[in-house]
Design a protein around this ligand. Structure first.
Ligand SMILES: [Zn+2]
Length: 444
């Protein structure tokens, strides 16, 4: 099977050029500037007017399966991924059962092999008691360990100092950490309830899940990672203050300590609570305009290494209430690329840098094999995006099971035209090919 993508503008490894990509049996066979070949192809894709990027690698999603499938499942959310130009995702362990045993991890791989329409892998969740399992984890199959440092996600919270010390000293895998200090959050919540009543309005969410709660936890994680020379990837930075703790990663030489920013924290700020309410309630909280601008600046100065989504769907009915009752998290994977392209239009970052942060760097950081770059011999994970094509995000376009998006009603100027996963068109003309099943990602 030979496919050719011609007429498009390729964006890869800091360069933007008109070129042709030839795909054979799911892999990139050649990339050429000026291609004139008499060879016949099984499939010719006309990319005229489009930019051709490596498929997005989203290092942070919650697809809710198994156990929470009223909110989302691997089938529906991987459709949303395909429609959004995301060809690979790493799912988080706070499902039911939690992915904190080898059996639970195998169950997820088995489910994805049945129903994931793009490529997949799964983080293993750390608890206070399962660090002894780490040596049995296959470093070629998983991106790393997910650590909830004093966050409120089920009982996966690792809060004992000796467990944290043991964890950072026992693995060379990347440790991706959710950093928020529970003691500070609980204190803030008690104060807020006293001040505002039992159900504080969502506008107070960033006072409860405060800058201080984030900073103290991130500071501790970095201190421990440095002490044991561990690899730490701080998930979803949300404050300007935490950025001071993050070392600068120069181009492809990533520091041992890196940070992720999410599309939500880069796009929204506390002013948006007025119009979007609990739809944009997430943990850590979306904070001030000042914080958002600092995060946006950090996209280009080497302190933010990866853009993920923390795609975390819930039913709208579960979003009712305020700070105490409404659940935290929002769906974003289907519109992450087009939202970030809007930031490109706004001059926040270049298209080449976007590709660095959403494709190349996740591949480098987690040592993904043969994906994340447009290179000969690599898997043909590609996305075609078209600029200057206005469309409005409406309910009927949403693939996620929850059926809503914080981007509803928004007019986008970029459109995902086509997504190829391992050389197969998994999304085009507004339709997902749900007969296609992606591959497990390999690492290292
Ligand atoms: Zn998350």
């Amino acid at each position: 099977m030979r496919t050719v993508i011609q007429g498009g503008t390729i964006v890869n490894e800091g360069k933007t050029f008109d070129g042709t990509i030839v795909i054979e049996d799911g892999k990139i066979l050649s990339i050429v500037g000026d291609y004139k070949s008499p060879t016949t192809f099984d499939e010719v894709i006309d990319a005229s007017g489009c930019f051709v990027l490596p498929g997005i690698i989203d290092d942070h999603v919650h697809f809710r399966e198994p156990g929470l499938t009223e909110k989302a499942d691997i089938d529906t959310e991987s459709r949303a991924a395909a429609a959004g130009g995301v060809t690979t995702y790493f799912d988080m362990p706070n499902t039911v059962p939690q992915t904190t045993t080898l059996e639970a991890l195998e169950e997820k791989f088995a489910l994805a092999a049945q129903k994931s329409h793009v490529n997949y892998s799964f983080f293993f969740g750390a608890t206070n008691d399962n660090i002894s399992l780490f040596p049995q984890l296959d470093p070629h199959r998983i991106p790393g360990i997910k650590l909830f440092m004093g966050s409120s996600t089920g009982n996966m919270l690792v809060d004992r100092r000796e467990s944290l010390e043991q964890l950072f000293s026992s693995t060379k895998l990347p440790v991706m950490a959710h950093c928020e200090d529970t003691a500070i959050i609980n204190r803030n919540m008690a104060e807020a309830k006293e001040k505002y009543g039992g159900e504080p309005k969502v506008i107070h969410h960033p006072e409860i899940r405060s800058e201080e709660a984030c900073y103290e936890s991130t500071r501790l994680a970095i201190e421990l990672a440095k002490k044991y020379d561990a690899r730490l990837h701080v998930a979803h930075l949300s404050t300007a203050k935490e950025l001071d703790l993050i070392p600068i990663s120069h181009f492809s030489h990533l520091s041992n300590i890196t940070a992720e920013a999410t599309v939500s924290h880069l796009y929204f700020c506390n002013r948006d609570y007025a119009s979007l309410g609990t739809r944009i309630k997430c943990n850590p909280a979306i904070k001030t305009e000042h914080d958002r601008e600092a995060l946006q600046r950090a996209l280009t100065d080497g302190r933010i290494t990866v853009i993920g989504t923390d795609h975390a769907p819930h039913l709208l009915s579960q979003k009712e209430g305020g700070c105490a009752k409404a659940v935290s998290g929002m769906p974003m994977i289907q519109f992450s690329l087009v939202t970030m392209l809007e930031l490109v239009d706004n001059g926040i970052l270049s298209l080449e840098r976007l590709v660095e942060l959403m494709c190349h760097n996740p591949a480098r950081l987690f040592e993904v094999r043969h994906r994340g770059f447009i290179r000969e011999g690599y898997q043909a994970d590609l996305v075609l995006v078209r600029p200057n094509t206005a469309w409005v995000c409406t309910k009927n376009l949403i693939e996620s099971k929850c059926g809503w998006s914080p981007m509803e009603g928004h007019m986008f100027l970029w459109r995902v035209e086509r997504t190829l996963c391992n050389g197969h068109t998994v999304y085009a003309d507004g339709k997902v090919d749900a007969s296609y099943i992606g591959q497990p990602v390999t690492f290292r």
